[in-house]
Design a protein around this ligand. Structure first.
Ligand code: ADP
Ligand code: MG
Length: 715
C-alpha cells in the first residue's frame, strides 16, 4: 500500500465528530467573549478613564499616557480573570504575516515569590528585538531598533489555546526614526488623509455636524480545504502553498455543481468551528458557502472600519489555518493552488462613512443627498482612473500572476463598472445635466431625485476590477492571501487626492450652487470617463479597447511594480503624509525581493520534486514494462512513450536549472525579477507540462504525488 492509497482509505473512514456544545455556545452568548470591548472596558475601568479611552478609540482625541497605567491595570485584571499568563504585542510587518512575541506577566520579587505585572508602558510600547523583518533598507541590523506602539483603534483580544491564554495587543510597528515598518501605519495615515478631505467636501454640502469620516471594509475571503493526509504528501503544497505539478483531472469545475452547493458535513464542521471562534474574537462572520472550484469555499463578514476590518481579516486567515488540522484538513490560501480551475481572491467591499453613520456612497432619496452622493462617486472614479497603475501595483504578487487576467478573475486592467442606470446618470452630468434619463425624468443636480438604484445582483458584473454595488465599491482583484492593509492604503490615498482636488475647486464655489457643481463634476467626468466600462472584462475586445483608451495594462508583478516608484506615486504618498519617499522605496524593494524569493522557492521545489519523485516514478514504470518483455506492440509503444517523456523531463530539468542559475547572476534586483519572469517561470512551465504528461502514462500505483482528482474530490 502506498502512502497515497492509505490516506485515501483513512479518508473513507473519516467520521465527523460533534465537538461543539452548540446550544450552550450559540452566537449571541459567545460573541466578543475574547475581546476587551466597550462592555468590558466599562466594567474594568474607572468611569473617567473609560470615557477618555472611548474618545481616543473613536478618533476624537489622541491617547493620553496619563491614563496608561489605569488602562493597563484593567486590561490585566480582565485577561487574568480569563486565565491569561502572557501578553504580546501583535503587529503586521512587511512579511505579509502577523508577528508576535510573548512575555509572561511574572515579575520575580526579592523574597523568592513572584507577582503579576503589566504596566502602562508594557501596554503602549514594546521593543521586540525584531531585526530579521524586511525593512527595505530602513533599518540596518546594526541599528536594530523597532518599536511596537499600541493601536488604540483596534480592540485588544485574547488568544485562547487549549493550554493557555495570551493577552494580545494590536500594535503599529515603527522604526527608531519614526518610519513605518509595517502595513498598519500607512493605512492609519491614509485614513486620516481621506477623512480630512472628505470633511471639506461635506462642509460644502452644508454638513456641519460630522466630526470624522472613515472608510469601511467588508472583505469576502475565498479559500480551499483539502485532506491533510493527502496534502502532506505534496512537498509543493507544503512549501509553496500551490501545486507545481498535477495533470488536469477528467472532471474539473465545468459542471458548476460546487457553487453554492450543499456543504459537506466535514466542511460544515470546520465552518461551524470557524464561525464560533471568530464570533468569540468579535469578528462578525456572516456568510459562508461553497465557491466555484471543487474544494473551494468563501466566508464574508459584516463590514467594519477599515483598520479593524483589516486586522480582523488577518485573524480570519490565521484562525482558518489553525482550525483546519483539527478537522484533518489542509487550508490553502494561495491565489492559485490548482491549475485549470479557479483560484482564490478577496473581494474588498469598500465605502466611506461619517461618524454619524452616513454612508457617503449611498445614493439616498432626496436631491441634495443625491448631489452629494454623485460628488463622492465621481471622486472615486477619478481616483481609480488617475491612480490605476498604483492600485494595480498594490495587489501585485507572484501568486496573483497566475490569476489576474486568466478568465476567472478581473483582468490586470483597472476599470469601473457602474451599472447601466448610473452610467447613464454620469453621462448626463458630463453633458451638463438636464436631459432625459433612461428611467424617465431628468437629472439636474439638486433638483430631481435620482431614480431608485437597483441594489440586487442582477446588475453586477463579475468581470470588472472595481464594481459599484448599490452603496459601496467592490475591489475584486485583491489576492486571497494578501493582507488588505496595503491595497486599502493606496485606494484611500488615491481617493483623498481626488477629494482634495474637488474640495479645492468647491472652495471657490458658493455652497448651494448646484449648477456650478454640475460643471465641476462634468469636467471631472470628461477627464476620467475612460475608466468606466460596462462590458465583459474577460474578453479580448476589452484588452484592445483598453489599449485604445490608454489605460495601463500590467499583466505581471514585474510589469506592475515600477508604478510604485514613479514621480506621480511618490508625490501622491508624500503629499498626503502617507509614505515618505524612503518608506515608499522600502516597500517597493520588499515587493521586488519577495517576488524573486517566492519564484526561486517554487523553481527549487519543482526541480526537487521532478528529480527525486517524478523521474524515479517514470524509471520504475519503465523497469516494470521492460520486465514484462517486448512481447506485445502495446508494451513497446508504452515503453517508447514513457522513455521519450523521461528524456524530455531530464532536458526540462536541465533547462530550468540553467535559467535559475542565470537569473541569480543578474546585476540588479529588478533584472533578477525580470529574468525569473521571462526565463525561469516559462522553463518551469515546460517542466510541468512534461511531468503532467508523464502522470497521464505512468501506472497509478507508482505515482508518488496525490493527484488532482484526489485532492479536489476526496475530502
Ligand atoms: P452584495 O450582495 O452586493 O455583494 P452584501 O450586502 O451581501 O452585498 O455585502 C457583501 C459584503 O459587502 C459584506 O461583507 C458586507 O458587509 C459588505 N458591505 C456592505 N456594505 C458595506 C459598506 N458600506 N462598506 C463596506 N462594506 C460593505
Ligand atoms: Mg465570491
Amino acid at each position: 500500500m502506498t502512502a497515497r492509497t492509505s490516506a485515501i482509505e483513512a479518508i473513507s473512514k473519516h467520521e465527523v465528530a460533534g465537538n461543539q456544545e452548540y446550544l450552550a455556545s450559540a452566537g449571541e452568548a459567545i460573541y466578543g467573549e475574547y475581546v476587551f470591548d466597550e462592555r468590558v472596558q466599562r466594567e474594568y475601568l474607572a468611569k473617567p478613564v473609560f470615557k477618555r479611552l472611548r474618545r481616543t478609540i473613536d478618533g476624537l482625541e489622541p491617547f493620553d499616557t496619563v491614563i496608561a497605567d489605569a488602562v493597563a491595570h484593567g486590561v490585566k485584571e480582565w485577561a487574568m480573570a480569563h486565565g491569561a499568563t502572557h501578553y504580546t504585542h501583535w503587529f503586521v510587518p512587511m512579511t505579509g504575516s502577523t508577528a508576535e512575541k510573548h512575555d509572561s506577566f511574572l515579575a520575580p520579587q526579592p523574597d523568592g515569590s513572584t507577582i503579576a505585572e503589566f504596566s502602562g508602558r508594557n501596554l503602549i510600547q514594546g521593543e521586540p528585538d525584531a531585526s530579521s523583518f524586511p525593512s527595505g533598507g530602513i533599518r540596518a541590523t546594526f541599528e536594530a531598533r523597532g518599536y511596537t506602539a499600541w493601536d488604540v483603534t483596534s480592540p485588544i483580544f485574547l488568544q485562547v489555546e487549549p493550554n493557555g491564554v495570551t493577552l494580545t495587543i494590536p500594535t503599529a510597528y515603527v522604526s527608531f526614526t519614526g518610519e513605518a515598518l509595517d502595513h498598519k501605519i500607512p493605512l492609519l495615515r491614509s485614513q486620516e488623509a481621506l477623512g480630512k478631505q472628505a470633511l471639506r467636501v461635506l462642509r460644502w454640502f452644508g454638513n456641519t455636524s460630522a466630526e470624522r469620516v472613515f472608510t469601511t471594509i467588508g472583505p469576502e475571503q475565498e479559500y480551499f480545504l483539502v485532506d491533510r493526509r493527502l496534502a502532506e504528501q505534496r512537498p509543493d503544497l507544503l512549501l509553496t502553498g500551490r501545486t507545481l505539478f498535477g495533470a488536469p483531472p477528467p472532471k474539473g469545475q465545468e459542471l458548476e455543481d460546487q457553487y453554492f452547493g450543499s456543504i459537506r458535513q466535514r466542511i460544515l464542521a470546520f465552518m461551524m468551528d470557524l464561525d464560533r471562534e471568530l464570533w468569540r474574537l468579535g469578528i462578525p462572520a456572516k456568510t459562508r458557502h461553497n465557491e466555484v472550484a471543487p474544494a473551494q469555499f468563501e466566508m464574508a463578514p459584516v463590514f467594519e472600519p477599515t483598520s479593524v476590518g483589516s486586522d480582523h481579516n488577518m485573524l480570519v486567515m490565521s484562525t482558518m489555518r489553525k482550525l483546519a488540522p483539527k478537522h484533518g484538513l489542509a487550508f490553502l490560501i494561495h491565489e492559485k493552488p490548482f491549475a485549470g480551475i479557479n483560484g482564490s481572491g478577496k473581494h474588498n467591499n469598500w465605502s466611506m462613512s461619517t461618524d454619524e453613520g452616513e454612508n457617503l456612497l449611498d445614493p439616498g432619496t432626496d436631491p441634495h443627498a443625491n448631489a452629494q452622493f454623485l460628488a463622492f462617486l465621481i471622486a472615486v472614479i477619478r481616483a481609480v482612473n488617475v491612480h490605476a497603475d498604483v492600485l494595480r501595483a498594490s495587489i501585485a504578487d507572484a501568486g496573483q500572476d497566475h490569476r489576474l487576467g486568466a478568465n476567472e478573475a478581473p483582468p490586470a486592467i483597472m476599470s469601473i463598472f457602474l451599472g447601466s442606470q448610473l452610467e447613464d446618470v454620469i453621462s448626463q452630468i458630463e453633458q451638463g445635466s438636464a436631459s432625459a434619463s433612461k428611467q424617465g425624468g431628468s437629472v439636474s443636480l439638486g433638483v430631481t431625485t435620482l431614480p431608485e438604484l437597483p441594489k440586487d445582483a442582477t446588475d453586477s458584473n463579475r468581470t470588472t476590477t472595481f464594481a459599484f454595488t448599490g452603496n459601496k465599491f467592490e475591489f475584486r482583484a485583491v489576492g486571497s492571501s494578501a493582507p488588505i492593509y496595503w491595497p486599502q492604503t493606496v485606494l484611500n490615498t488615491a481617493v483623498a487626492d481626488s477629494l482634495k482636488s474637488l474640495a479645492d475647486v468647491l472652495d471657490g464655489l458658493t455652497p448651494g450652487d448646484f449648477d456650478g457643481l454640475t460643471k465641476v463634476l462634468s469636467e471631472i467626468v470628461k477627464a476620467n470617463k475612460q475608466v468606466l466600462f460596462e462590458g465583459n472584462g474577460y474578453s479580448e475586445e476589452w484588452h484592445a479597447e483598453a489599449a485604445r483608451r490608454g489605460l495601463p495594462n500590467n499583466p505581471t508583478t514585474v510589469d506592475a511594480l515600477p508604478s510604485l516608484t514613479t514621480d506621480k506615486a511618490k508625490a501622491l504618498f508624500a503629499d498626503f503624509g502617507v509614505l515618505s519617499e524612503r518608506e515608499l522605496n522600502a516597500r517597493a524593494d520588499i515587493a521586488w525581493e519577495r517576488y524573486v524569493k517566492v519564484s526561486n522557492i517554487e523553481a527549487s521545489a519543482a526541480l526537487d520534486i521532478a528529480r527525486t519523485m517524478i523521474l524515479p516514478a517514470a524509471v520504475a514504470y519503465l523497469g516494470q514494462l521492460s520486465a514484462a518483455g517486448p512481447s506485445s506492440r502495446g508494451i513497446t509503444h508504452m515503453c517508447e512513450k514513457v522513455s521519450s517523456l523521461a528524456d524530455d523531463l531530464v532536458d526540462a530539468v536541465h533547462d530550468l536549472e540553467h535559467a535559475q542559475h542565470e537569473a541569480h547572476e543578474a546585476s540588479s534586483l529588478v533584472a533578477e525579477a525580470t529574468a525569473f519572469k521571462d526565463r525561469v517561470i516559462p522553463a518551469q512551465g515546460r517542466l510541468r507540462e512534461v511531468a503532467d504528461r508523464l502522470e497521464a502514462h505512468v501506472a497509478d500505483d507508482l505515482w508518488p504525488l496525490p493527484k488532482y482528482r484526489e485532492l479536489l474530490f476526496q475530502y
